[in-house]
Design a protein. Structure first.
Lengths: 153, 817
């Protein structure tokens, strides 16, 4: 299904950007991985259109820490843009495999990673085992967010 | 009210004598492409008393004006209506045309079909044309009720006050003094010189700043026509163009004229403070001279710091050290009163404080400094005697980074470009390369704006000298606490790569902003400011140094960020504008004063109470009050106060405005918004919306008054009882009023009307009060949009109810029934 990206993000805000790159300079994700820098994201949305951006897998490296937004001299809600782009990408099926697995796990086990080894470690440190997750409740929440529109679980 | 209108009509020319000529201007395509001007002219010719109606491509052109003049002579026109741009632009033009054809200039009326119509309804040809017709009908109705007026001429004192002793103030003072006029130059600090005295070199010529400024400063000091008042502040300004009375607070200097600036006293003083002139990079004593070249070349005592600040002499070491005995602890603040004909405002700017941008570490990392601090650092008279050293270890840095646009072009600080920082950085970079060529210089920028004469050359020279320009401002600076070095993290946007540079010193190229005390001067002189806080010029293109307050002119960066050359140019322009007034020796004041009909006056004195200029005199004993015309500024605040119909305002009479309301509400009144807008702020704000092409609903009909305080509650009542959908009363922001806070009356009267609507059980939201400044075109449009939204929810029953309830009221005493 197609969703209008600009229903989720005010497109006019992009025109505020004058490419000073303070955002990219502040980005912790870029320090450690090949991410799509916020400046580049905005410029590509403006010049190439978001259709091209949502194809880019680097979009998913951002950890939405909001530092770029805090430091943006033009107060562009960059994190909102990233979230909107990812929504759009997900609805087109552009979700990285690892993330897809994590979501499926979340739906099945209530946790986004496999934790049975963790319990051994916890026992080793004298910690109580993890509490069981009310899976039905989690699935309910996930359904309410309409995540099942995008990924089957 | 209708009766009153007819009465007043009878008094004026008998209808048979009225011959109105209407000229509808296409303004090229500005009006013509949106409004069907021919149809408007055709419609105008059907209006009562209209003798002829024409449309022309450019009415303001020579042939356009000639046409009006010819028609006045040949067709015996005695009223002229021009439907074109805002009267704030071309009213003087068309008035002059009328006058030269023998018609009293006050018999001209303009319909603003450009700023208030074609430009704000760009894509609605039909609606705009129909609105233009309404506006023309309103103008014709007002025109036939216009009366000839004669302007009073007032003398202009041949003296001027210059506020601010920076380079702009100095230039303006010298230009006026050289022309032979007495000048008072008021400076807040201990010496004239301003920001330029702090700067090391100037761009693009690399002249030594103080070397070219100092001769001008001493010229001011010895000029027979200039009286310099340092350590002084303006406290009160009264009067008007040609005759301002100014009270100046001259603070105690505690050092007499005998001081020769020998400096013996400093060594004796035990009190220390950061030196403001050196941007806090060095220390000064409680007794000090601002800088070596200061004018007047006299020491002063910072009494806040001096040990004698409790009023008792606890320490007299400086007095003992002074061989000429020039220190006087008994010195006191004085009030100096002067009278001047003109005023030049040259209050200058502050620099942006980057402490708020925590990611850059200014204030935490010693080696992150601002450009102003750097100017002092490399100045021979500065804290390091011109040696390039960094604050943390006083060693010469091997590499230096400049960061551009700090505090400029940002919603987090100042949204505008500060104009001078790019070139200032390039100049500083070149200075470093010139004296210490082995130093690496990096400039991190967004855009280099090298727009002026010689600027691009300087930029290219810097690149050839080896200054590295990197596009992309660092997002973060990290300090290495072991050595004070700074790591800059960012992105080179042209290469699309991440960078990490380690620098030994970082210079933040900070922007400039209006002085923190600019609002004080603004209030004292009734100036307007733009959204950024800079003083607003009367017209951005054609009256760039005038203000909306007559006789007050702007010079230097107080009007907007500018470099030294532009400041000096503007100062000379301001001086020249002031010189014109002073050399003429007289000025005509618009004939829009209030007039009292002594036959109707019962001497209640209510009008005199609201007059912001004390221009109404009289008493109960005398049996009447009268307006002193030379003092009346024409706000009209007194007129609505009179409950006996004895007061009226020339050229903005009740009859004229009421006729406009009638015309505006002739068709579909429930769809209409009647907007009363004051000439200086709100009408200008609506003009600005037009200039900015901000689109808003077409059902507003703007009626101009000089001040919002002129708006009579009777007009609002009339509008509603005629079925108007909504009424807007708008004026300058409180304390920005051009008539000495006359608009507090506006607020009071509107609030009273709201209460009345409440009591009658009517929706008071249909009457709106909005403060809109001349810079707030968007705000005006927003208010109209909101009001239009409200109209959509309005039912015919509500309109009818308001009509009936307001019509039922009992007429007040003295009012025609």
């Amino acid at each position: 299904m197609t969703v209008k990206l600009w229903n989720f993000f005010p497109r006019e805000a992009l025109y505020e950007c004058y490419q000073c790159a303070r955002c990219t300079g502040s980005c912790p994700a870029l320090e450690v991985a090949e991410a799509l820098g916020p400046r580049e994201t905005i410029l590509k949305c403006l010049n190439l259109g978001h259709d091209e951006v949502v194809e880019d897998e680097r979009l998913w490296v951002c950890c939405t820490c909001n530092v770029c937004e805090d430091r943006c001299p033009q107060k562009i809600p960059i994190s909102d843009l990233l979230v909107a782009l990812r929504n759009s990408a997900a609805r087109r099926g552009n979700i990285p495999d690892k993330l897809q697995i994590a979501i499926e796990l979340l739906a099945k086990t209530g946790r986004s990673m496999i934790v049975h080894q963790l319990d051994e470690m916890r026992a080793h440190h004298g910690l109580a085992p993890l509490m069981p997750v009310p899976i039905d409740e989690v699935r309910e929440v996930l359904k309410k967010t309409k995540l099942d529109d995008v990924i089957e679980f | 009210m209708k009766q009153a209108l007819d009465d007043m009509d009878k008094k004026a020319n008998s209808p048979a004598d009225l011959r109105v000529g209407v000229y509808v201007c296409h303004c090229g395509k500005n009006i013509g492409s949106t409004v069907d001007c021919e149809a408007v002219a055709q419609f105008a010719s059907t209006l009562p008393h209209v003798t002829l109606a024409k449309d022309s491509l450019y009415t303001c052109s020579e042939p356009g004006q000639e046409q009006i003049k010819t028609d006045i002579r040949e067709q015996k026109l005695n009223r002229v209506v021009v439907a074109s741009c805002t009267p704030r632009l071309h009213e003087p033009t068309f008035r002059a045309a009328c006058e030269s054809a023998g018609l009293n200039p006050y018999l001209l009326e303009m319909a603003n079909i450009r700023e208030h119509c074609s430009w704000v309804h760009l894509h609605e040809r039909e609606a705009a044309t129909s609105k233009a017709k309404d506006l023309v009908a309103m103008a014709v109705a007002r025109a036939v009720r216009l009366e000839p007026q004669f302007e009073l001429s007032v003398p202009v004192k041949r003296s001027s006050l210059v506020i601010g002793g920076g380079v702009a103030g100095i230039q303006a003072a010298l230009d006026m003094a050289d022309a032979g006029y007495q000048v008072y130059l008021v400076e807040k600090s201990g010496s004239i010189g301003g920001r330029m005295a702090q700067i090391d070199k100037t761009f693009p010529t690399m002249d030594c700043s103080i070397c070219i400024l100092a001769p001008k400063m001493s010229e001011v000091g010895r000029h027979p026509n200039i009286q310099m008042l340092t350590l002084s502040e303006i406290k009160e300004v009264t009067g008007h163009i040609g005759n301002f009375k100014v009270k100046i607070l001259k603070k105690a200097r505690y050092v007499t004229d005998g001081c020769t600036a020998c400096g013996d006293c400093i060594q004796a003083c035990p009190q220390l403070a950061p030196d403001e002139f050196n941007a806090g990079l060095s220390i000064r004593r409680a007794i000090y001279i601002p800088f070596a070249q200061a004018v007047p070349s006299r020491y002063l005592v910072d009494m806040g710091l001096c040990l004698n600040n409790q009023g008792i002499v606890a320490c007299d070491r400086c007095f003992q050290a002074c061989t000429r005995k020039c220190i006087d602890f008994a010195d006191q603040d004085k009030i100096v009163e002067i009278e001047v004909g003109t005023i030049v405002v040259a209050t200058g700017v502050d620099v942006y404080d980057p402490t708020a941008l925590t990611e850059l570490g200014y204030g935490r990392f010693p080696n992150v400094i601002t450009t102003l601090e750097f100017e002092r650092l490399i100045n021979a008279g500065g804290p390091s005697s011109g040696e390039l050293i960094r604050p943390s270890d006083r060693k010469r840095p091997k590499n230096i980074a400049f960061l551009q646009c700090i505090g400029s072009r940002s919603k987090r600080s100042n949204p505008y470009c500060s104009n001078v920082c790019c070139m200032n950085t390039i100049k500083d970079a070149l200075l470093i390369k010139e004296h210490w060529p082995e130093t690496e210089v990096f400039v991190f920028y967004i855009d280099i704006r090298a727009f002026g004469k010689g600027f691009e050359d300087l930029f290219q020279r810097a690149r050839r000298e080896g200054v590295t320009f990197i596009r992309g401002i660092p997002g973060e600076i990290i300090e290495d606490i072991s050595n004070g070095n700074l790591t800059l993290l960012g992105e080179n946007t042209l290469l699309g790569t991440q960078y990490r540079y380690t620098m030994e010193m970082v210079i933040l190229s900070v922007g400039i902003k209006p002085r923190s005390d600019a609002p004080i001067v603004q209030r004292l002189l009734n100036l307007s400011t733009d959204t950024d806080g800079f003083y607003m010029e009367a017209h951005p293109k054609l009256r760039p140094v005038d203000t909306t307050t007559g006789g007050v002119f702007l010079a230097g960066a107080a009007e907007g960020p500018k470099d030294i050359k532009d400041s000096v140019t503007q100062a000379s322009a301001a001086a020249s504008r002031a010189n014109i007034l002073m050399s003429k020796g007289e000025v005509k004041i618009p004939a829009v004063t209030a007039r009292i009909n002594t036959d109707k006056c019962v001497a209640c004195g209510l009008c005199a109470k609201v007059c912001p200029y004390h221009a109404i005199e009289g008493s109960k004993e005398l049996g009447y009050y009268r307006v002193v015309e030379a003092m009346c500024q024409g706000c009209g605040a007194c007129v609505p106060e009179c409950k006996f119909g004895a007061l009226d305002q020339a050229h903005f009479s009740d009859a004229q405005i009421v006729s406009q309301i009638h015309e505006a509400l002739a068709n579909e009144p429930e769809r209409k918004i009647i907007a009363f807008a004051c000439n200086w702020c709100s009408y200008a704000g609506a003009d600005f919306a037009g200039v900015s092409r901000i689109q808003y609903p077409d059902n507003v009909r703007i009626i101009r008054t000089m001040c919002s305080a002129r708006v009579a509650p009777e007009w609002i009542e009339l509008a509603f009882s005629m079925g108007a959908g909504a009424v807007l009363v708008s004026g300058c922001h409180p304390s920005d009023c051009h008539y000495n806070n006359a608009n507090q009356n506006t607020a009071r009267r509107v609030e009273k009307f709201w209460k009345r609507l409440d009591k009658l059980g009517l929706n008071k939201d249909r009457l709106r009060l909005a403060w809109v400044s001349a810079a707030e075109g968007a705000q005006f449009a927003k208010v109209i949009k909101e009001m239009e939204q409200g109209l959509r929810e309005l039912t015919p029953d509500q309109v009818l109810e308001t009509k009936q309830k307001l019509a039922k009221r009992v007429p007040r005493k003295g009012e025609p029934v």
